[in-house]
Design a protein around this ligand. Structure first.
Ligand code: SF4
Length: 300
């Protein structure tokens, strides 16, 4: 069911903010994406290190695998439907990897003594692509949009934005939001966490297009499972309240300069243990200016 939109955001002169205005005004410190929201929920200090300090992180073999597989699945839909085969997808892999490497030559350093070699890593990418073809038939799909950057400004002034892997539109006009994951599907107790990202996207789509997506679909290539959810208005209003509360907590931390570390098993994947008080480190002094622009393919 579609409901009335929240009041349209306005510019300082009182005119309504357009989508272009919203993208042009995006900064790391006035907006929230699902990833950064998740960082803050995981550990406020991790959010600070990534958003405020913008500390570099070592190239990750898993993140690079995700980027390559996502790109192949995106490019696959540039082909005529009849050519979207498993073998064609595999043939896209090497050029896509080369493109990524050209842009980020440091990725070559991922392959070392403790990590798989390039050939083994490429094979793991092929396995994920193979699993994709057991879950969907891309010859029967005609996505309306791929890798689409969406953004909306809520009545409070907070801008939400994110990249949706795929939007499908049914002949009836109903929307399906699809996200590919190269990991495994979460256990029952972690499904809500996985769906937060999808509800976040659904909220942005609802606020920008006035339509609640009919289906949110997570495609887990790690174990060949799908998670589907049909959101309703109550879900999305609850998500909006949640992101607003999260944003207020981020604002309080920004104002006080107190970014508390939250130790958990996820510290094992954190690049910043050496600077973290929970691990005997000392964070650097806070930088003074924090309004860096969010990189965006739309704003350039
Ligand atoms: S090591 Fe753990 S507690 Fe410290 S910043 Fe990273 S995630 Fe947070």
């Amino acid at each position: 069911m579609t409901a009335a939109l929240s009041p349209s955001p306005t510019e300082s002169d009182g005119s309504p903010a357009t989508t272009d205005d919203i993208f042009a005004g995006l900064t790391r410190t006035n907006s929230l994406s699902p990833s950064r929201a998740s960082d803050f929920m995981t550990c406020p200090l991790l959010y600070r290190f990534r958003v405020i300090d913008r500390l570099p992180e070592a190239p990750s073999i898993d993140a690079a695998r995700g980027s390559v597989v996502h790109r192949v699945l995106e490019d696959l839909f540039d082909l005529p439907a009849g050519e979207r085969t498993h073998s064609r997808a595999n043939s896209l892999l090497a050029p896509v990897w080369q493109q990524l490497l050209d842009g980020e030559p440091e990725l070559a350093e991922m392959f070392g003594d403790d990590t798989p070699d390039l050939a083994t890593w490429l094979e793991s990418c092929r396995n994920l692509l193979g699993r994709y073809f057991t879950l969907e038939d891309p010859q029967r799909l005609e996505p309306a949009e791929r890798e689409v950057h969406v953004a909306t400004r809520l009545g409070s002034g907070l801008t939400l934005h994110g990249y949706i892997d795929r939007v499908d539109v049914a002949p009836t006009g109903e929307l399906r939001i699809v996200d590919y994951k190269t990991g495994k599907s979460p256990g029952e107790h972690f499904e809500a966490q996985a769906l937060f990202q999808m509800k976040f996207y659904a909220l942005v789509v609802w606020r920008t297009r006035g339509v609640i997506p009919r289906v949110l679909q997570l495609v887990y290539l790690g174990n060949g499972e799908m998670l589907r959810y049909e959101p309703d208005e109550r879900d999305l209003l609850a998500t909006e309240r949640k992101v607003e509360a999260l944003w207020q907590a981020i604002q309080r931390a920004t104002d006080s300069g107190e970014w508390r570390p939250r130790k958990s098993v996820l510290c094992g994947w954190c690049d910043h243990q050496a600077l973290c008080p929970e691990w005997g480190g000392t964070p650097p002094a806070l930088p003074e200016a924090t309004g860096a622009q969010v990189p965006s393919p739309i704003t350039g």
